[in-house]
Design a binder for this molecule. Structure first.
Ligand code: PXL
Length: 276
C-alpha cells in the first residue's frame, strides 16, 4: 500500500484540510499519515475561530519518524499556518524526499482575488519558493497571481492562463496545474503545463454556480490519492474534477446544505466506483 504524508491544519469543525484529506485519501486505499500544522476550532471563514499553532511540534514529530525509519511515497502540503511553517515544510522535504517521493503542493492561501485572513504578500513569496521544490503544484488563479505578481482578473482569455502557467513553471515545479479555470461560458476546470516538455493539458466540467469551502482540498486529496493508486496525471485530475463537481451537485441537492463545506461523506461510495 502506498503511504503519503499530508501536512496541513486541522479545522475541527468545517470540513476542510485534514478533515477532508484523512478520510478521503484513506478511503482511496492509501495510507495517510498526518502532520497537523495547527488546530483551529473552525476554518477561517467563521468568525472568532480559535487557533493553537503547532509549529514547534513539526520537527520533533518528523524527527521521531525519521529515527523509526518511516518513509513516504508522497508528501502533500496544503494550508500552512505561517512563514516559519513553509521553511519547516522545506526541511521535511529534505528529510524524506528520495528519487521516488512525489512532492505535491497545494499553496492554499487565497481565493476569488483575496488572501485568506492571516496571510500577506510576503507569505505568497515564500509559498512561491516552496512551490519551486514540487513535482506538482495546484494553485487556483488567485494564488497563482499572488505568487507570480500578476494582476488578478475575473474575466480572462487563454493567453492570460498560458502566461500564468509559464510564470508558475518559472518557479521550478515539474508540473503546474491551474484550478478553477473557466475558458468558456458554463464550464470550469483545470489547465496544466508540464515544464520540461511544454506539453499542456486541460479538463473541463460544467460549471455549477455555487462556491463551497473545502472543494480545493477535496480536489487535491483525490488527485494525490488517484496518483498513488497508479492513475496517470491527466486521469488523476479528471477523476478529481469529476468527483468534486459531483460532490458540489449532491451538496446543492441537500435541503439543509451546510454553507461551510460539502457533503463528501455522501459521495465517497461514488468515488470508490470511479476507481474501479
Ligand atoms: O480550505 C482551505 C483552508 C484550510 N484550512 C483553513 C482555512 C482554509 C480556507 O479558508 O481557513 C484553516
Amino acid at each position: 500500500m502506498k503511504k503519503i504524508l499530508t501536512i496541513q491544519d486541522i479545522s475541527c469543525f468545517g470540513k476542510c484540510s485534514l478533515t477532508i484529506a484523512l478520510p478521503v485519501i484513506s478511503a482511496m486505499g492509501v495510507e495517510t499519515v498526518i502532520l497537523p500544522t495547527a488546530v483551529l476550532s473552525t476554518h477561517t471563514m467563521f468568525k472568532n475561530f480559535t487557533v493553537k499553532d503547532l509549529t514547534d511540534q513539526l520537527l520533533p514529530i518528523t524527527q521521531h519518524w525519521k529515527n523509526e525509519g518511516i518513509t513516504f511515497d508522497a508528501i502533500y502540503t496544503g494550508y500552512l499556518g505561517s512563514a516559519e511553517e513553509i521553511e519547516i515544510a522545506k526541511e521535511i522535504f529534505r528529510m524524506f524526499k528520495t528519487d521516488d517521493t512525489m512532492i505535491f503542493i497545494d499553496p492554499v492561501m487565497a481565493d476569488n482575488g483575496k488572501m485568506y485572513p492571516a496571510f500577506d504578500e510576503n507569505y505568497a513569496k515564500l509559498n512561491a519558493g516552496l512551490c519551486g521544490e514540487a513535482d506538482i503544484i495546484v494553485p487556483n488563479i488567485t494564488e497563482a497571481c499572488f505568487m507570480t505578481g500578476t494582476e488578478y482578473k475575473e474575466e480572462y482569455d487563454e493567453a492570460y492562463v498560458l502566461d500564468l502557467l509559464h510564470k508558475l513553471a518559472g518557479l521550478g515545479a515539474k508540473t503546474v496545474v491551474l484550478t478553477g479555470v473557466s475558458l468558456s461560458k458554463g464550464k470550469t476546470g483545470i489547465y496544466g503545463l508540464e515544464t520540461a516538455t511544454g506539453r499542456t493539458f486541460q479538463y473541463q466540467n460544467d460549471r455549477i454556480d455555487a462556491s463551497y469551502h473545502g472543494t480545493g482540498d477535496l480536489f487535491s486529496s483525490v488527485t494525490i490519492g488517484a496518483l498513488m493508486r497508479g492513475y496517470d496525471l491527466e486521469k488523476a485530475f479528471q477523476i478529481a474534477a469529476d468527483y468534486t463537481a459531483r460532490t458540489i451537485e449532491v451538496t446543492m441537492e441537500n435541503p439543509d446544505k451546510p454553507w461551510y463545506g460539502v457533503d463528501f461523506e455522501a459521495t465517497l461510495p461514488e468515488l470508490m466506483q470511479m476507481l474501479k
